[in-house]
Design a protein around this ligand. Sequence first.
Ligand code: FES
Length: 138
Amino acid sequence: MTKKNNLSRRGFLGRIAGIAASVFSFWFIYRFLTPEDSGGDILIQASEADIPEGGAVIFPDKHIALMRMDGALTAMSLVCTHLGCTIALDGDKFACPCHGSIFALDGTVIKGPAERRLDTYRTETKDGLITVFKQVNA
Ligand code: FES
């Protein structure tokens, strides 16, 4: 005597719903245990009070200048958009030592060979703490 493997439509849908509920439960627990801002996409965190108006703080290991101009914070990449050398703050501009590109403090190109402005990163300020994320602003 053979056992007939007969799965009704209702039974099949019930199993699918059970699997979906299990996957959702695992996903929910995973997201609960690993919140979005766990550090994976954070480049820098700094105190808002450490960035002077009209000034900048350089983070050489991250190749980023955190600047405040007219109250607005900007996380400027210090990577030259020509061929990737590290640029340096030179008075009221950024200068690239490799091929001589010069950028204004807002990142726009003053002198090539670089043709594209410097990248800036997404920032968020909360309770006096500035967070710079890996996401480059469009
Ligand atoms: S890498 Fe900066 S000008 Fe060429």
